[in-house]
Design a protein around this ligand. Structure first.
Ligand SMILES: C[S@@+](CC[C@H](N)C(=O)[O-])C[C@H]1O[C@@H](n2cnc3c(N)ncnc32)[C@H](O)[C@@H]1O
Length: 294
């Protein structure tokens, strides 16, 4: 399943790639956005593409085969952006893109338990090199800690009850699969919650994924590094998918604008238009914020 890149028109508008310019795609995934940028930056413009997931790097190498002379790929976390840039000797950076979270093919095909609709092992790592998995959190963390994760990262109303039932269940048997966890969530919430607009496991799964991959910490780490490696006049664009991420991006850009380091280009975040949302439901919650380095 090919991931459909979101807000492509807006990414091009705000990053404004020109001939021979270099860009960094911190979340290259299947290269949807990068391909569009490469089309604008020929004949010499390069992209440094980063992804924590080795499979995504493999996929992207194949998908962007035609651009291989202008593409440098790094299987690493964007939290290490500065080091990666130094290692690859990547210079004169005109723009940086972050398209946060997971891609559709990870959800549908990675067999890592990202989806609450599939009976897969509770893994949820982007990078298989890291130790922490969702299973380790669910079976090993203190009940209170699990409750806090569900509350903070999922804004889950029934966090306390779900954490309590996880603790009860794991005393009897290890919780290993996504569907096992879904059943516990269903038992923990009132019936009407089960039939609400979003699936009752959505918030728990989001919270676990954020905790496993340290998504908010990594976002906080990458933003200052991105600004520091950008050329003067270079642009940064970040696409986020929930309010916790968006708040971090918004506050960071504001702080740097107050320090006269960045100028914000999106007074309000750019969001998906109805035609795009129809074709690609993932764009429904996407918000893009962008700024230019002074
Ligand atoms: C929404 S997808 C990007 C899709 C891409 N823009 C495209 O058009 O195909 C997000 C990607 O970021 C990667 N990712 C998540 N956290 C990461 C991190 N800390 N460092 C590097 N990549 C990360 C995921 O593995 C995933 O491939």
């Amino acid at each position: 399943m090919i991931h459909i890149a979101v807000l492509t028109k807006e990414v091009l508008e705000y990053l404004s790639p020109q001939k021979n310019e270099n860009f960094i795609d911190c979340t290259i995934g299947e290269g949807g956005h990068s391909k569009l940028i490469l089309e604008k930056t020929g004949p010499e413009g390069k992209i440094l593409g980063i992804d924590a997931d080795e499979n995504q790097i493999k996929n992207c190498r194949e998908i962007l085969e035609n651009y291989k002379e202008r593409l440098v790929l790094a299987n690493d976390s964007y939290a290490n952006l500065q080091k990666i840039v130094e290692k690859e000797n990547f210079e004169k950076i005109s723009g940086i893109l972050l398209d946060l979270g997971w891609s559709s093919n990870q959800l549908k095909e990675s067999k890592r338990g990202f989806s609450f609709l599939k009976d897969e092992p509770l893994d949820m790592r982007y990078s298989l090199n890291q130790e922490l998995t969702a299973e380790k959190i669910i079976n090993g963390y203190p009940q209170k800690e699990i409750e806090k994760i569900l509350q903070e990262y999922g804004e889950e109303r029934y966090a306390k009850k779900i954490a309590e039932n996880i603790a009860k269940e794991r005393r009897a048997q290890n919780i290993k699969s996504a569907l096992q966890l879904v059943k516990i969530i269903e038992r923990s919430a009132p019936k009407n919650y089960q039939y609400a607009k979003i699936h009752c496991a959505t918030r728990t799964f989001q919270a676990l994924r954020i905790a496993v991959n340290k998504e908010l910490e990594n976002l906080e780490k990458v933003l200052p590094q991105a600004v520091s490696v950008l050329n003067g006049g270079g642009r940064i664009a970040v696409i986020s998918f929930h309010s916790l991420e968006d708040r971090i991006v918004k506050n960071f850009l504001k702080e740097k604008e107050n320090q006269k380091i960045l100028k914000i280009l999106t007074k309000k975040p750019a969001v998906g238009q109805s035609a795009e949302i129809k074709q690609n439901p993932r764009s429904r919650s996407a918000k893009l914020r962008a700024a230019i380095k002074l």
